[in-house]
Design a protein around this ligand. Structure first.
Ligand code: AMP
Ligand code: GLY
Length: 422
């Protein structure tokens, strides 16, 4: 069997590792991959958004299934391109992926099918956006509608901040086209939860939920990042809550997309706020979370390949449901220097050879090989996942592992999972 994973981050390293474990005799390719994915398979130097070259490669190498990691290739129509050539692929079409690539689309769809989310209005005109924001009680949230790599949402504590966010997005185009349309919404109070479904477009099977820490510094302070760490299980996120989120959030949205002629096949990630009035959607993503995948996939006791193959070939899940994991996992992201501000690439990394064990996984994110040496190649450099019977032990393993990785400016949050392990 030949498998291809698209992407080059820690999430894709976790996917490649899981699939290689499920099918030890398979050839696993990763495009473009990273030094971590190369440990389990073959990296292919094709950019994740070069849809034509990827489809050509998959056809030439007789790839049996392609699995897409990040959102950009999905929004760029990778799945549509593969399907037009009869190539099996797991992920939503560009039209279904609008759930993530257009917040305006996603919010309207939730409104149409009565899914709980923050009250909102959509604007393409900055003056109208300003007038609306001025009449709202702060805090309020101003969001770019398009893809912005985690930088598109601004939580505004007062009207001046909202005014600046609207000007930045809509007039100064700080995020380019992504901010031409904005969503302005009410601020929701509560704890966030990342809930993942594997869906064939009608049935949705829940994977283990996780929580990530987006703020850069300890105590959940500082700027938002792509994620500084994650853990699973999450206190309070029991089977009854996940079932409620499946029934009240995932199913209506999937049914509506199917009715519209854009059935959603792939991973559906619901970012949910657990408010006093119940779970409400913060956003949908059309993929697994990063770094959440680095805890959800290592904990998964069932194989992942069979359901991905079934859905990737256009078949049904047929009642597949993964067992609830018996262990706990926590990942600490090791970043470089000023991340999320600009970072240095090409710095030599000292990665102890004995670090990786069955209970400590080292997921590469921003690394590269240069001159026979492992070097930094991005802000988030590694995700170090500890696995144990309980979260406190998993946390201790993860932190001890992170402390052993060295490069110039290596830094990590020592408090991932703090509210659970106090
Ligand atoms: P998003 O890009 O929509 O996921 O937003 C990024 C982050 O901003 C979320 O993970 C939340 O922490 C925060 N956020 C976004 N929307 C809201 C909201 N309506 N209320 C409170 N926090 C929000
Ligand atoms: N960890 C948040 C995300 O993947 O969007």
């Amino acid at each position: 069997m030949n498998l291809l994973v698209i992407g080059s981050g820690g999430r894709e390293h976790a996917m490649v590792r899981k699939l290689a474990g499920d099918a030890p005799s398979a050839s696993v390719y990763c495009a473009p991959g990273n030094p971590g994915t190369a440990q389990y398979g073959t990296n292919v130097p094709i950019p994740a958004t070069d849809v034509t070259a990827l489809a050509r490669f998959a056809a030439a190498e007789a790839i049996d299934l392609t699995v897409v990691g990040p959102e950009q290739p999905l929004a760029a129509g990778l799945v549509d391109e593969f399907e037009s050539h009869g190539l099996a692929i797991f992920g939503p079409s560009a039209s279904a992926a609008r759930l993530e690539s257009s917040k305006a689309f996603s919010k309207r769809l939730m409104e149409e099918c009565g899914v709980a989310t923050a009250a909102f209005r959509i604007f393409e005109n900055p003056a109208a956006a300003r007038a609306f924001a001025a009449g709202m009680e702060p805090p309020l949230v101003v969001k770019a509608s398009g893809l912005a790599g985690g930088k598109g949402a601004v939580v505004c504590g007062d009207h001046r901040e909202a005014e600046k966010a609207i000007g930045d997005l809509m007039e100064r185009a700080t995020l380019g086209e992504a901010g031409a349309e904005v969503v302005i919404e009410e601020f929701m109070e509560g704890e966030e939860l990342s809930v993942f479904f594997l869906t064939d477009g009608s049935e949705a099977a829940a994977l283990a939920p996780a929580r990530d820490h987006k703020r850069r510094f300890a105590g959940d302070t500082g700027p938002n990042t792509g994620g500084m760490g994650a853990y699973s299980p999450v206190r309070g996120a029991d089977a009854a809550l996940i079932e409620r989120i499946r029934r009240e959030i995932a199913e209506p949205v999937l049914a509506r997309l199917a009715e519209q002629g854009s059935p959603y096949r792939g991973f559906l990630y619901a970012g949910v706020m657990l408010t006093a009035e119940g779970p409400k959607v913060v956003e949908f993503n059309c993929r697994l979370g990063d770094p959440e995948a680095q805890v959800v996939l290592p904990l998964m006791e069932d194989g992942l390949l069979d359901p991905l193959l079934a859905v990737g070939r256009g078949a049904r899940l047929g009642g597949w449901r993964p067992a609830s994991p018996s262990k706990a996992a926590l990942t600490t992201v090791v970043v470089q220097g000023a991340y999320p501000a600009s970072v240095h690439s090409g710095l030599r990394i000292d990665l102890p050879a004995d670090l990786e064990t069955p209970d400590l996984h080292v997921y590469h994110a921003g690394t590269a090989h240069a001159g026979g040496q492992l070097v930094t190649a991005g802000g988030r450099v590694f995700g170090v996942t500890g696995i144990a019977d309980d979260l406190a032990t998993a946390a201790a393993r993860s932190r001890a592992g992170a402390a052993r990785i060295q490069f110039d400016g290596a830094d990590w949050r020592p408090d991932i999972g703090h509210s659970e392990t106090r």
